[in-house]
Design a protein around this ligand. Sequence first.
Ligand code: PEP
Ligand code: MG
Length: 327
Amino acid sequence: IFETALRETHRPALTLDGHVVEVFANIANDNPQDLKEAVQNGAEGVGLLRTEFIYLDCETLPDEEVQFYKYKSVLEAFGNRPVILRTLDIGGDKQLPYLDLPYELNPFLGVRGLRLCLRNLALFKAQIRAALRAASYGNLYLMFPMVTKGAEIQAAKAVIAECRAELEAEGCSIPPRIPIGIMIEIPAAALMARHLAREVDFFSIGTNDLTQYTLAVDRTNSALTDLASGFDPAVLNLIQAVINGAHTQGKKTGICGELGGDPLAIPLLVGMGMDELSMNAGEIPAAKQIIRQISLKDARLVSQQALELETPEEVIALVKSAFPFIE
Ligand code: PEP
Ligand code: MG
């Protein structure tokens, strides 16, 4: 079965009734082997370039020039396919040894992701300038992590505009339109999605954090893994709110948390109207196979039922009984 999946993985994934779902890869570095593997597995783009790993690989803060070459090589590897570059997402469980950040009692609720970048503008601007300079080598999209509200998006967009103006004054040519999106990983952002959608071109749902914040379960605490499931109807109802919020403003939404590559979640996500699924490259062939074996009509019915259930166990049992071929 896996061989058929691999052979067909370079074709787009359409449901039985002809609905297209984009399937992208999550990428953690600029290693040519990993980039090649994603393309070979049929990634139609990069749904999440985790730039924090590029920083983690460096012994000192990578400057604009170092970052420029790294982003350029990722963009070139994907040609005209979209590459969604997530700006630095450090803080919480991810620390950079060379960044001396203040101690926090609750780092997951602290200065992380976009919050940190907006408070360290020199660091943020170096990354944005590097990304904008690399943009003409491929199809760049920019995305901000850990957004709580619209004012943060406006502040981040102002930084992009400032970097663009500076670079253009320096004689650099940058593509006129670079799509800008945000991750939805905070329950408040999910509930306010229809408002936030006006500020951006796209959303990508980070279910790893969205699950942690919705259920108040530290994602690194192994004592609590039984409480944390992306199949929890509380999380699924938020995901549906995000998709509806995006669609009312004519914007697309993807998912780049681990749930997006989980075979049993795929019918639910497709049924809820998810436009794009981004996952580890190795998960792509099987995910495309599943999309091809379901109809949007059935997936919708099952996801609507799932949203009315009470526990993740009930949701998983429902998916298994509706789509017994999914393992
Ligand atoms: C997420 O939160 O789902 C996500 C994709 O980001 P990270 O796992 O890097 O926090
Ligand atoms: Mg996250």
